[in-house]
Each structure stands twice: as structure tokens, then as C-alpha cells.
Design a protein around this ligand. Structure first.
Ligand SMILES: [Zn+2]
Length: 117
């Protein structure tokens, strides 16, 4: 599968977006946050994520503070996070569970051991 365009949103719709992503390369993670959220993530260049409804988000950082997690303050759903890739620069980690018409848990995922980092 190559990059395709998807639409997605938080639960209440205050935050909505389009994203170009390759869902053959999703990631699950066992860090203290992803474990609780049940996150299935796709990592894309930050400019591949475009907001069509940019309601306010609450930013949350933990551990090394390197990743800015963004969630909707109304419905509580985390739609995305922003960070920097060492080799490719600004990135967005998009919550695949928020994408329209996508069964995130049915996708092949690479398990990342975020708990150890
Ligand atoms: Zn919301």
C-alpha cells in the first residue's frame, strides 16, 4: 500500500483533518500513555496533516517532553501528536483510531517498546 488520503476527526468534530498516510506502516506502543489510550499510530511528515476544523486542543507532554500530545478538551480524544524525527524533521503521529472508515486494529502494526525509552 502506498500513501493515501484519509479524513479523520475527534469524537465531537471540533478537530478534523485530512492526512496522507501509508497504513501498512502503523505502530502500537506500550508507553505509559499509549498503553492507556490503546493507540494505533501512523507517523507522517507534519505537512501531510492538514486541519479542516482546528478547534482548540490541549497539549500534554511527559517523560522527556519531546512529543506534544494534542487532545480535544471537549470530547477528550487525542487526534495527533507533534514531534521531531532525528533524520526527517517535523513529524505528526496521527491516531489511526480517528480515521473515517478505517479499522485500526485490523491493520498490521509494528509494536514499539516505548515503555523502555
Ligand atoms: Zn472533540
Amino acid at each position: 500500500m502506498a500513501n493515501q488520503d484519509y479524513t479523520g476527526s475527534c469524537q465531537c468534530g471540533a478537530v478534523a483533518f485530512t492526512v496522507q498516510a501509508d497504513l501498512d506502516r502503523t505502530v502500537t506502543c506500550n508507553c505509559s500513555r499509549c498503553r492507556r489510550l490503546g493507540s494505533v499510530l501512523t507517523f507522517v511528515p507534519r505537512d501531510a496533516l492538514r486541519f479542516t476544523a482546528d478547534g482548540p486542543t490541549t497539549e500534554y507532554r511527559f517523560n522527556r517532553q519531546a512529543i506534544a500530545h494534542h487532545f480535544c478538551p471537549t470530547c477528550g480524544i487525542q487526534t495527533h501528536a507533534f514531534g521531531e524525527m532525528p533524520d526527517s524533521g517535523p513529524m505528526a503521529a496521527v491516531n489511526v483510531n480517528c480515521l473515517d472508515g478505517v479499522d485500526a486494529r485490523a491493520l498490521p502494526s509494528q509494536a514499539v517498546d516505548g515503555a523502555s525509552h
